[in-house]
Design a protein around this ligand. Structure first.
Ligand code: ZN
Ligand code: ZN
Length: 407
């Protein structure tokens, strides 16, 4: 027997999040959770996954809406994908936003907006939004009383299970300029400006490691806005990376910028130039993950071709990927080489003039021994000695031989 339509059917708000509508449906009809509501209509209800996937799948969401007898206008609350795969961007106001920009669920909110109209706004689901444009307060995250995240399958929209009324929460007053700027980019449907801005924002997010809390997001969005408007923003980034540099080489920290071309890479180089001197801590922090040869090259400031040669010469250990033959490199290896480069830069040994007769392996040995300069250890470049000027000339001639040193 087909289950009957819900006796009490919520009317959707135009900018309501799909999670919000289903929580209201569960609440109005006495279900203990959204999962129990799904189960009553024989939809998968073992975990949140199927439910969350339905928010970005209008076909699946329309089946839920139809089964429960909700108005067909509810279907448009689910996001559309602007492409065929689950990695395709979500459509928001006619523009595409990458999947990583979304907060799933109903856990970030403005208490003042909830007081005015009791539903979750879609705008709160997008990661760079950190403030309420209307009330100039920082968006809240989690229950302010018990500090627990607010579940996407809860059965009371405005209350935490601990009993706290979310509308009564106090939020900090903040300048909403950056969030307004972000909203205006979306409203203008300027995909190109948005993509540009998001390149910087994404790299900064990887570098700062401050997480996705709304306080960190406010700082990140503000820094991104200032950079897009022509400010240098070097001090802001130095403040984040300098305390970590004794443990993680600044070039590895700035890799998300260095591996990009053009403005972002130039930005990282400016930050490196202004970095204060520091002493390496021992032992270095152990890094996780693996780098591609291109990333290793960007971190060291040399070309991928040179990285392959260094690997061949046995001076960097590599990891063979499970599938395919790509050689991946542990960031710990890059940290080791960068430290070696930085330390040998400071020693007073006389520099050996390179000649075109040197094999590449020989040149790399020279770099590692501190005889030749690369982009990899230019934190506080000393004035070039006569010998180094000669060396620079030699490196230029090597460049002519397609060895491709980066300036
Ligand atoms: Zn508000
Ligand atoms: Zn609570």
């Amino acid at each position: 027997m087909t289950p009957l339509a819900l006796p009490i059917r919520p009317i959707p708000y135009l900018d309501e999040s799909p999670a919000s509508l289903l929580i209201r449906a569960a609440e109005n009809n006495g279900f203990v959770s959204v999962l129990q509501l799904l189960s009553a209509y024989r939809f998968p209800s073992q975990s949140d996954e199927w439910l969350i996937a339905s928010f970005v799948d209008q076909t699946r969401f329309s089946k839920i809406i139809h089964a429960m007898g909700l108005h067909k206008n509810c279907i448009s609350l689910a996001y559309r994908r602007m492409g065929p795969t689950s990695k395709s961007p979500r459509e928001m106001n006619g523009i595409g936003l990458a999947e990583r920009l979304f907060r799933n669920g109903a856990n970030v909110y403005c208490p003042e907006c909830l007081k005015e109209h009791p539903y979750w706004r879609k705008a709160w689901s997008i990661l760079p939004s950190a403030a309420c444009n209307k009330h100039s307060i920082r968006l809240l995250q989690d229950c302010p009383s018990c500090k627990q995240p607010l579940s996407v399958t809860r059965n009371r929209l405005l209350y935490c299970p601990c009993g706290h009324d979310l509308r009564q929460a106090k939020a900090e007053m903040v300048n909403p300029n950056a969030t307004q700027w972000w909203s205006s980019l979306i409203a203008a449907r300027d995909q190109e400006a948005l993509d540009q801005m998001l390149l910087f924002w994404s790299a900064l997010r990887e570098v700062d490691g401050l997480g996705d809390g709304t306080a960190a997001e406010g700082w990140r969005l503000n820094t991104t806005m200032n950079w897009c408007r022509g400010d240098q923003c070097i001090d802001e980034v130095l403040e984040v990376i300098e305390p970590r540099s004794p443990y993680i080489h600044p070039r590895l920290q700035l890799l998300p910028f260095l591996r990009e071309k053009g403005d972002l890479c130039d930005f990282a180089k400016q930050v490196l130039k202004r970095h204060s001197p520091f002493v390496f801590a021992t032992p270095p922090r152990q890094h996780e993950g693996q780098l591609s040869q291109e990333e290793a090259a960007a971190a060291l400031g040399i070309t991928s071709w040179q990285v392959r040669k260094i690997i061949k010469a046995g001076q960097i250990k590599f990891i063979t990927a499970h599938l395919g033959r790509a050689k991946l490199i542990s960031p710990n290896e890059i940290e080791r080489v960068l430290r070696q480069l930085s330390e040998t830069q400071q020693n007073e040994r006389s520099h050996q003039r390179l000649s075109g007769r040197h094999s590449l392996t020989g040149i790399i040995k020279n770099i590692l021994a501190g005889y030749a300069r690369t982009d990899g250890y230019d934190l506080n470049p000393p004035k070039l000695t006569k010998l180094q000027q000669g060396l620079a000339g030699t490196l230029l001639s090597i460049k002519d031989q397609k060895l491709g040193w980066r300036a």
